[in-house]
Design a protein around this ligand. Structure first.
Ligand SMILES: [Zn+2]
Length: 430
C-alpha cells in the first residue's frame, strides 16, 4: 500500500516537473510569436497611415501627360458618402455584365471595400465618350490602372518617391500631442512617440509644463503627388525635470526594428515574472485548497518561498498605489504601471524606506522584504499581476521580455546611435 502511494507521489512529482518545463517552453515560443506580432502590427499601422493620407489630400498625379498621345480626356470622380464602386460604374452607364467583370478583375489585387469616401477615381474617355481606362490609388504610392480597351486588364504602377529624415524639438505647454501638432509634427509621428514611451510614462500624470520632446524621423515624399508618408522614428527623447528618457531605432541581428536606450536596453519593458532572486514557487496560480481555511479558493497570484528579509523588486516602472496592512495580505504594496497593469506584493516583513503612496519607482528597484504577515503559513512572497482589474497568471504573462544588446550587436548599435544622434543635433541646430 505504502509502496503504491510512494509510486503515485513520484509520478505526480515527475509530471508536475514536466508541466513546468512545458509551460516555460511555451512561454518562450509565445515570446517569439509576440515579437513577430509586433512587427506585423507595425506593418498594418503603416498601411493605415497611407489610407489616412489618402483622405487628407486628393490630388491625382499628372497621368494625363502619359496618355496624351491617345487623346483621352480625364474625369475625376470623388467618392461620396454612400457610393460604392458598383454605384459609380452604374452612374457611368456601364452594363451590369461589364461591371461584374471589372470588379472581379480588380478584386484579384485589391479589396474595393478599402476605398474610402473622399478618394478620387479617374476615368479616361476617348473622343467618342467611351471610357477606356479607370485609375485609382491602391496606396499613396501605388496606382491601379484598369484598361478597358479590348479586354479588361490591370496595370499596377508604383510612384517614385524621395526619402527624407527630419528633426524637431519642442516644449510642452499643453500636451505632447497638441504642442506637437502646433510645431508641425505629423499626427502619425506623435502617435508613434506616445506608443514608444507608453511603458515608461503615464501621459496623463507624468508630462509637466516645460517637458522637452526631441525627435528625428523618416518620411517619403511621393514625387508626382507631393504626398508625405511618415515612416519610422529614428530618435526620440522626452526630458522631464532634467531627466532624459531616450530611444534610438536599431535593426537587431535577427532583423527586427526595435528601440534601445544608450545602454542597449530595449524599449518594450515587460513586467517581471519573478520579482525576487533565488526564490522557489511554493504555490501556483489557480484553484487550490487554502492552507489555513481549508476551503477551495482561487489563488490569484503566485507564491515564492524565500527567507524572511529577501529583497523584493518592483515588477515594472510605475507609481506606488498602496502601501500598508491589507487584511489577510498582511503588509502589502501595490504598484500601478502603465498600459493597464498593476502588481501587488503581500505578506512582507517590511517596506523599503521611502516607499510610500504616490512614489515613482523603476523596474528592479527594491520596494520591500519577504515576510509572513497576514494569513501566511511561512515566509513567502505572494505576487499578483492585475491587468485591467483582472488577475492574471504572472507565469503566463504575455508580454515581450526586454532585450539587452550584447557583444558585437551592442558595438554595432553604439556606432549607429552616435550617427543618429549627431545627425539629429546637426539638423536641429545647424
Ligand atoms: Zn499566495
Amino acid at each position: 500500500m505504502f509502496r503504491i502511494l510512494r509510486y503515485l507521489i513520484l509520478i505526480s512529482l515527475i509530471s508536475s516537473g514536466y508541466h513546468i518545463f512545458i509551460s516555460e517552453y511555451f512561454n518562450l515560443s509565445e515570446r517569439n510569436f509576440l515579437v513577430r506580432e509586433i512587427i506585423k502590427k507595425e506593418i498594418v499601422e503603416d498601411k493605415k497611415e497611407i489610407i489616412q493620407e489618402k483622405k487628407e489630400k486628393v490630388t491625382l498625379p499628372n497621368i494625363k501627360k502619359n496618355i496624351d498621345k491617345v487623346q483621352y480626356v480625364e474625369k475625376k470622380i470623388e467618392i461620396l458618402q454612400g457610393d460604392t464602386f458598383v454605384s459609380i460604374l452604374k452612374n457611368l452607364n456601364f452594363e451590369q455584365e461589364n461591371i461584374y467583370e471589372i470588379i472581379s478583375e480588380i478584386e484579384n489585387f485589391f479589396d474595393l471595400n478599402k476605398i474610402k469616401t473622399g478618394e478620387i477615381i479617374s476615368v479616361f474617355e476617348n473622343s467618342f465618350g467611351e471610357i477606356k481606362k479607370i485609375e485609382f490609388f491602391k496606396s499613396s504610392e501605388t496606382i491601379i490602372s484598369v484598361n478597358l480597351d479590348k479586354d479588361i486588364n490591370l496595370n499596377i504602377r508604383e510612384l517614385n518617391k524621395d526619402s527624407f529624415v527630419e528633426s524637431k524639438e519642442y516644449t510642452i505647454t499643453e500636451s505632447l500631442f497638441s504642442d506637437g501638432i502646433k510645431n508641425g509634427v505629423s499626427a502619425d509621428i506623435l502617435v508613434k512617440i506616445i506608443s514608444l514611451f507608453s511603458f515608461d510614462l503615464d501621459f496623463q500624470r507624468d508630462i509637466r509644463v516645460n517637458t522637452v520632446v526631441s525627435i528625428s524621423y523618416e518620411f517619403d515624399e511621393i514625387i508626382e503627388t507631393g504626398k508625405l508618408q511618415y515612416n519610422d522614428i529614428k530618435y526620440a527623447s522626452i526630458i522631464i525635470d532634467g531627466k532624459k528618457l531616450e530611444y534610438f531605432k536599431f535593426i537587431t541581428d535577427d532583423g527586427y526594428v526595435d528601440y534601445f536606450n544608450r545602454a542597449g536596453k530595449n524599449v518594450k519593458k515587460s513586467i517581471l515574472k519573478t520579482p525576487l532572486d533565488g526564490a522557489r514557487i511554493s504555490s501556483n496560480f489557480g484553484m487550490r485548497k487554502h492552507p489555513i481555511s481549508g476551503f477551495n479558493k482561487m489563488h490569484k497570484g503566485v507564491d515564492f518561498a524565500a527567507p524572511t528579509g529577501t529583497p523584493i523588486y518592483a515588477g515594472g516602472n510605475g507609481i506606488v498605489e498602496y502601501v500598508g496592512s491589507n487584511g489577510g495580505y498582511g503588509k502589502y504594496i501595490r504598484i500601478r504601471h502603465n498600459n493597464g497593469y498593476k502588481t501587488a506584493y503581500a505578506h512582507l516583513s517590511n517596506y523599503k524606506k521611502g516607499i510610500s503612496k504616490g512614489v515613482r519607482i523603476n523596474q528592479g528597484e527594491v520596494i520591500g522584504y519577504v515576510g509572513s504577515t497576514g494569513n501566511s503559513t511561512g515566509p513567502h512572497l505572494h505576487y499578483e499581476i492585475i491587468y485591467q482589474n483582472k488577475h492574471i497568471n504572472p507565469l503566463k504573462l504575455k508580454l515581450p521580455s526586454g532585450k539587452i544588446l550584447e557583444g558585437k550587436e551592442l558595438e554595432k548599435f553604439k556606432e549607429e546611435y552616435k550617427i543618429i544622434y549627431a545627425d539629429h543635433l546637426s539638423m536641429l541646430y545647424e
